[in-house]
Design a protein around this ligand. Structure first.
Ligand code: SPV
Ligand code: MG
Length: 290
């Protein structure tokens, strides 16, 4: 079964797919271990991993190769963040072919112009492409997928760009009409009001996807109560958790002049061995090394 089909089956069964962000196979494995339904191969997280801003500096190839590695190790359907599709509709044809071949279940493509600027930054330059141009990119994505179950999520940044509800709804309707399987609407308001107003006003048939980073009051229960939402993405919590954990561990080692004080608070070496599959290596050694 293709991973797009698995994604659709989870959606049909649970009514909501809950995806955790990842920037590496290891973070994706921990998301699977925690019980999330899917992995969000986040562009922001991968950019941060490389220590660069999320402004189309990380190349498609870098993100694609990480997505492939995440697919291989996580075992979960992977929702790939392909930003703007890395260019125009011609670039989208190639990107979708590659991401589907890498084993992704879905791509999320946003209606900003290339190169993009990360959405949540204060005062960010948020230039959008014309609706017709983005419809062409959605149609290109549909034309490029081999499996009709491969999920194409069209993301509108109208609220992020400050263009208001009417423009967001107009774009979402146009993207559904162009064949998107889902519409992601993003907001950087500090409360869920803006997003809830959008969801209430949504009159389309396709489910909505949300990334409630800026408005953390939005819980799974609240999303379910809203209805209409099919994909919930916890957008950047893997990299932020890593930054906080590394920073405090490193600082304590510097303070203490040694590592003894951090031992209890970090993963054991055996834990990491287990994640790496060292048990299997030991079994394989017994079996094959003569
Ligand atoms: C990402 O995680 O890369 C996203 C979500 O696109 S956000 O950074 O909030 O735009
Ligand atoms: Mg992104």
């Amino acid at each position: 079964m293709g991973s797009g089909t698995r994604f659709r089956q989870i959606l049909a069964k649970n009514g909501l797919v809950e995806a955790m962000a990842a920037h590496s196979p290891l973070s994706a494995m921990l998301a699977a271990e925690a019980g999330f339904d899917a992995v969000w191969a986040s562009g922001f997280e991968l950019s941060a991993l490389y220590g660069v801003p999320d402004v189309s500096v990380v190349s498609m190839t870098q993100h694609l190769e990480m997505t492939r590695a995440i697919v291989e190790r996580s075992g979960l359907p992977v929702v790939a963040d392909i930003d703007t599709g890395f260019g125009n509709a011609i670039n989208v044809l190639y990107a979708v072919e590659q991401y589907e071949r890498a084993g992704a279940a879905a791509v999320v493509m946003e209606d900003k112009s290339f190169p993009k600027v990360t959405s949540l930054v204060a005062g960010g330059r948020q230039d959008m492409v014309r609706i017709e141009e983005f419809q062409g990119k959605i149609e290109a994505a549909r034309a490029a997928r081999r499996d009709p179950d491969f999920v194409i999520v069209a993301r509108t940044e109208a609220l992020i760009a400050g263009l208001g509800q009417d423009e967001a709804l107009k774009r979402a309707r146009a993207y559904e009409a162009a064949g998107a399987d889902m519409v992601l609407v993003h907001s950087k308001q500090k409360t869920p009001d803006e997003i809830e107003a959008f969801v209430h006003a949504w009159d389309g048939k396709v489910p909505i996807a949300l990334v409630p980073t800026a408005y953390p009051q939005m819980t799974v229960a609240r999303v379910r109560a809203l209805g209409k939402v099919g994909l919930l993405i916890w957008g950047n919590h893997a990299i932020r958790a890593s930054v906080a954990a590394m920073r405090s561990t490193f600082a304590q080692i510097r303070r203490d002049g040694g590592i003894q004080g951090v031992e209890a608070g970090i993963a054991t070496v055996e834990d990491v061995f287990d994640l790496q599959g060292m048990r299997t290596v030991k079994d394989d050694e017994k079996r094959f090394l003569r």
